[in-house]
Design a protein around this ligand. Structure first.
Ligand code: ZN
Length: 86
């Protein structure tokens, strides 16, 4: 078991770096998505549409990424959160 673990160490270090990046990217995307909804509600202004609306495919991808990010945070939140685990 230990033998297996040590041979995996290098991969896991790289994994941590990727997890951190993934966490930051998904967090930012979720926040941007939420703020976008706030702007839609407050001022009928869709920021995502204003920025990439000229490229409907890209706009759609942004919405899908925001949704996927929220699912990712939903699934990983408990493990990372210091409030929930108390
Ligand atoms: Zn929490």
């Amino acid at each position: 078991m230990e033998y297996y673990e040590s041979s995996k160490t290098q991969n896991e270090t790289g994994g941590d770096w990727k997890m951190k990046l993934l966490h930051m990217v998904t967090f930012l995307l979720t926040v941007v998505g939420a703020i976008n909804w706030g702007l839609v509600g407050l001022m009928d202004f869709n920021l995502v549409n204003a920025v990439v609306g000229s490229m409907p495919e890209v706009e759609k991808v942004v919405y899908i990424l925001v949704g996927a990010s929220a699912v990712y945070l939903l699934l990983t939140h408990k493990k990372e959160c210091r409030v929930c685990t108390k």
